[in-house]
Design a protein around this ligand. Structure first.
Ligand code: ADP
Ligand code: 2PG
Ligand code: MG
Length: 426
């Protein structure tokens, strides 16, 4: 099959998956099934939605709750990333704030959530809608630690090559709302969490840094993360890190309503409908982005030459979250970097196309969601008189793919279930 057809197919698959993984339906289905939790409520109902999918989760929840428990008063707050709100939601205050590094608006919105959920009674319930991005969007540093401290440390951790479990381990120990501390704040009220997972293995204490989940990590482990990645911090941060997070919580109930596995299963379904032999290679890809790109190129060649491990036309599907040790001064993200590295390793080969897609619609600090590349990608960059290798070296995958015309641009998608990679070999 020609590159052109493979490209069309990959775009179709990604577009269809994007629709399927919106949280709207899953939130509605869950609430309708579990409405008894809220119908018999003697106290008040508060809805708090944090993360990149917060707006859509809150909208879906409000649509159901307004009809099914119209006798109850609902107060709600949404805290989402800039440009991720899609308008007003009745009964809700909506805030936008900084991501992946928190800012003043993060603190302002979080303060508002803490005020609204202060002094709750045993009969009150907080419906907590959690999605990835929550760590940056929902934050109140512990006493003695400033916003600037958190910003600097977050920046260092994000560039270090540490994975999200490690990063959030540190964040949790410096926060008044992470690592189960938000659940302590609303106690004795109950907190029912619906979680859209963007962390590999669906670790509930890591997704958005687990504000309402017992923390499975320790202060010592947080300090070890800083050592492992050679990040030095002040004495006051070390002191704050030494305060343990709660390891048990009696007022929480938690339910996962979506994850990258669902994205992979949908990609498999849609690829299969288009006539591809499908193979989900992993839903927990977590190595360096560059390495993943190279490895996938070797798989593409194996299929092209020997029809192994799947016969052509083949669709190989992966889900996960790679990491990037950012050493250069360029712009990019882990999906774009994986795609560029793959493109270099299959340069000149026909009938191979790969798409690496950050399902939230923004890959790294760029306006691209990822890249769609083939054997011509590196060639197009060379034709412009530039070196694709140098772009990769400088972590400048965004500009490399831009020159090749191979960026995937979707805008914020309203969901966030980590990264999806689809490789087609025709
Ligand atoms: N120039 C770059 N090239 C590749 N990756 C980068 C670059 N700059 C930042 N990153 C990566 O982008 C990540 C943050 O991107 P983002 O898409 O917001 O992550 P997430 O969707 O998980 O929140 C950081 O972990 C960092 O490793
Ligand atoms: O908020 C967070 O801690 C992470 C994981 O849930 O999300 P993101 O990588 O999108 O910032
Ligand atoms: Mg992430």
């Amino acid at each position: 099959m020609e590159n052109k057809n493979l490209r069309e197919d990959i775009k179709t698959i990604i577009e269809k998956v994007k629709q399927e993984i919106l949280p709207d339906n899953t939130v509605k289905i869950w609430l309708k099934k579990n409405i008894s939790k809220f119908q018999d409520l003697k106290g008040n109902l508060y809805v708090v939605a944090i993360g990149k999918a917060a707006w859509r989760m809150a909208k879906a929840a409000n649509d159901v709750l307004r009809h099914m428990i119209s006798d109850k008063v609902i107060h709600g707050v949404v805290v989402t990333k800039y440009n991720h709100s899609e308008g007003n939601i009745e009964n809700f205050e909506i805030y936008e704030a900084g991501h992946p590094v928190p800012d003043e608006n993060t603190l302002m919105a979080t303060k508002r959530v803490l005020e609204l959920t202060n002094n709750l009674k045993e009969n009150d319930v907080v419906l907590f809608l959690i999605s990835g991005g929550g760590s940056a969007l929902f934050e109140m540093p512990v006493d003695g630690v400033s916003l600037e401290d958190i910003q600097k440390l977050t920046e260092a951790l994000l560039k270090s090559g540490a994975n999200i479990v490690e990063i959030n381990n540190v964040r949790k120990h410096l926060s008044k709302v992470k690592g189960g501390r938000f659940a302590q704040h609303v106690y004795p009220a109950k907190i029912v969490s619906l979680v859209l997972s963007d962390v590999l293995g669906d670790r509930l204490d890591s997704i958005a840094s687990g504000p309402a989940y017992p923390d499975g990590t320790t202060s010592q482990q947080a300090i070890d993360v800083l050592r492992k990645y050679n990040i030095t911090v002040s004495e006051k941060i070390l002191n704050a890190l030494a305060q343990e997070t709660p390891k048990e919580l009696s007022n929480v109930e938690t339910f996962i309503i979506g994850s990258v596995k669902v994205a992979c299963e949908n990609a498999e379904k849609f690829a299969s409908q288009l006539g591809y032999n499908t193979f989900v290679l992993t839903t927990t890809l977590d190595c360096e982005a560059k390495e993943a790109g190279k490895f996938l190129a070797s798989i593409a060649k194996e299929i092209k030459n020997s029809d192994r491990p799947v016969k052509k036309p083949a669709a190989i599907i992966l889900g996960g979250e790679t990491v990037v040790k950012v050493k250069g001064s360029g712009r990019g993200g882990r999906n774009q970097e994986l795609a560029l590295s793959f493109a270099l390793a299959i340069e000149g080969l026909e009938n191979i196309v790969l798409c690496s897609f950050g399902t939230d619609g923004t890959d790294g600090p760029t306006d691209a969601a990822g890249g769609i590349v083939d054997g011509q990608t590196a060639h197009k960059i060379r034709k412009a008189g530039l070196s694709p290798e140098s772009f990769l070296e400088n972590n400048d995958s965004y500009n490399a793919l831009k020159i090749a015309g191979d960026l995937l641009i979707t805008g914020p998608t309203g969901t966030n279930v980590n990264d999806l990679i689809v490789l087609l070999v025709g």
